[in-house]
Every structure is written in C-alpha cells, then in structure tokens.
Design a protein around this ligand. Structure first.
Ligand SMILES: CC(C)(COP(=O)(O)OP(=O)(O)OC[C@H]1O[C@@H](n2cnc3c(N)ncnc32)[C@H](O)[C@@H]1OP(=O)(O)O)[C@@H](O)C(=O)NCCC(=O)NCCS
Length: 152
C-alpha cells in the first residue's frame, strides 16, 4: 500500500469511493476545493492492483486539525487502511504541538467510532440533529496533539 497526497487526476476514483460510502456524498467540486486549499492535507491509499482504495481529508483551523472526510472502498475495509492513513497524518502533523484533532461522526456509525477511539480520540459532546439528511445527532470527538493510540 502506498500513501501519497491526492491530486486532481484522482478525483474520478475519489468520487466512486465517496458514492459507495455515504448516503449524501460530497460533490466532485467539494473535493477539488479541498485539494486546492493550502490549509488542507489530502492523503490517498493506493493498492498496486486496485489503485486508489481510501482517502483522508483534514483541514487546519486556528485551534485544531479538523477531519473533513475519510472513506475506504467497501471491499478493502477492516484491513487497517484507515489506520494507516491516520498514522501518516499524525506523522505529518507531529511538529504542530499546539493543535489537536477533531471530528464529527454519526452516533450510529459504530465502526468509525471504534476506529477513532483506538486512534486516541475521545467523545467531547453531541451536536443535536447535525446531519441534515436524517437529522441524526453527531458525536464530537477530540484527540490531543500528543495522544498515543490505545495500546500503542
Ligand atoms: C470507517 C472506515 C473509514 C474505517 O476504515 P477501515 O480501513 O475499515 O478501518 P481499519 O481497518 O483501519 O479499522 C477497522 C477495523 O479493522 C481492524 N483491522 C485493522 N487491521 C486489520 C487487519 N490487518 N486484519 C483484520 N482486521 C484489521 C481493526 O482492528 C478495526 O477493528 P475495530 O475498529 O473493530 O477494532 C470505513 O468503514 C468506511 O469507509 N466507512 C464508510 C465511510 C464512513 O463512515 N467514514 C467515517 C465518517 S465519520
């Protein structure tokens, strides 16, 4: 598995994974905007045979790195690929000791919540009705700058 920064030429593959991963997927132009932002880090995981199989998009804000999007091609889930992407991200941002990491996740998304907890994120609160498609609540999670993954 190779991890590298995403490029405009990856947009087609990103879109295919996105549509298979979310009930209300991001549009191509939302990804293109993230790719163009100097304050965003957009990483892709590439399999020798399948090409792009996962991506992670994170944006730098004043007080924290905000996880904007993470998805793994359904056939490639449960193999540690999301973990690999986050490990690379934590490496790339390790020098930034002032900023922690934050994200929102659907309260029903137990697979993702388990993954984030294993990576050292903890729950910090609930945003009621955050998701406009079904009014589902979001769990707000936070990871301190120097947190270590559980068990690491
Ligand atoms: C959430 C998501 C990104 C996780 O990606 P993933 O690559 O499957 O995550 P990982 O493989 O790193 O971790 C998932 C599980 O696989 C297990 N795993 C990791 N490496 C493994 C390996 N080599 N063999 C078997 N299992 C392994 C992990 O222990 C983990 O199990 P646990 O979380 O139950 O403890 C993926 O399910 C997804 O794309 N979902 C749809 C989009 C989504 O919901 N995104 C999050 C929105 S907030």
């Amino acid at each position: 598995m190779i991890i590298r920064r995403l490029q405009t030429s990856d947009l087609g593959a990103i879109e295919r994974i996105e549509r298979r991963s979310y009930p209300t997927p991001w549009s191509r132009s939302m990804f293109a905007a993230e790719l163009a932002k100097p304050s965003s880090i957009c990483l892709g995981a590439f399999d020798a045979k399948a090409g792009l199989v996962a991506y992670l998009i994170i944006s730098r804000y004043v007080d924290a790195w905000h996880v904007m999007n993470v998805a793994v091609e359904p056939e490639h889930r449960g193999r540690g690929i999301a973990t690999l992407l986050f490990d690379r991200l934590f490496e790339l941002t390790a020098a930034d000791r002032r900023r922690g990491y934050t994200l929102e996740v659907r309260v029903s998304n137990t697979a993702a919540i388990r993954l984030y907890e294993r990576l050292g994120f903890t729950s910090r609160g609930i945003r009621r009705g955050y998701y406009t498609d079904n009014r589902e609540d979001a769990l707000v999670m936070w990871r301190d700058p120097l947190a270590r993954a559980v068990g690491a």
